[in-house]
Design a protein around this ligand. Structure first.
Ligand SMILES: Cc1cc2nc3c(=O)[nH]c(=O)nc-3n(C[C@H](O)[C@H](O)[C@H](O)COP(=O)(O)O)c2cc1C
Length: 183
């Protein structure tokens, strides 16, 4: 199995880091320039770019159109964008492929592969909502970065695990990251 994780410039980079750390191999990481900018504020040296890349088997910058994942002939099982910025979502919904994240997303849609979008913005404009609807209609799974509280989270890790668990359920990665309802 091969999974591609794109981290873009929305708040909540910790969601992407958690998914990356817990994903089984093989995992390919793409980091947008916007994500690197947000990392300066949110991760503040706790997780730097080098550490982030060390969690992946391969990693690419947003302008690396020569990477294997930039071609539809390269097979992978799922693309996860977490967190997904509204900028990236708007571009994918408009069919724009101007960096490696939007290029790989357009491939996922045309090849009918699993595309999981964990977005974060608040509030949402009508344009954001339309873009998310467009992507949902095109086959993407849309997950708000809004963990539930019914599993009794005690720490940040529990909130991250909730979202990671839901992503893994969609892409078919067995997990016991959270206590499930009814267990
Ligand atoms: C600290 C910080 C937090 C941000 N948070 C968000 C956010 O939660 N959602 C969002 O859509 N954009 C957010 N932005 C704006 C995006 O980073 C910006 O639109 C950027 O162009 C996104 O680039 P990318 O989509 O190529 O990663 C934030 C920017 C900064 C600096």
């Amino acid at each position: 199995m091969e999974y591609v994780l794109a981290i873009t410039g929305a708040s909540g980079l910790a969601y992407g880091v958690d998914i990356l750390k817990k994903l089984p191999s093989k995992k390919v990481l793409i980091i947008s320039n916007g994500a690197l900018e947000v990392a300066r504020y949110e991760l503040k040296g706790r997780v730097n770019e080098k550490t982030l890349k060390s969690y992946a088997d391969e990693s690419y910058d947003e302008d690396d159109f020569g990477s294997p994942v930039a071609s539809g002939s390269h097979k992978y099982d799922a693309l996860i964008i977490a967190p997904a910025s509204m900028n990236t979502i708007g571009k994918i919904a408009a069919g724009i492929s101007d960096n490696l994240v939007t290029r790989v997303a357009s491939i996922a849609l045309k090849e009918r592969r699993k595309l999981v979008i964990v977005f974060r913005e608040m509030p949402l404009s009508t344009i954001h909502l339309r873009n998310l609807l467009t992507l949902s209609e095109a086959g993407a799974y849309i997950l708000p970065a809004s963990p539930g509280f019914y599993h009794g989270p005690a720490k940040l890790e529990d909130l991250l695990s909730f979202v990671t668990s839901r992503v893994f359920d969609i892409i078919g990665v067995e997990n016991k990251l959270i206590k499930r309802w009814g267990d």
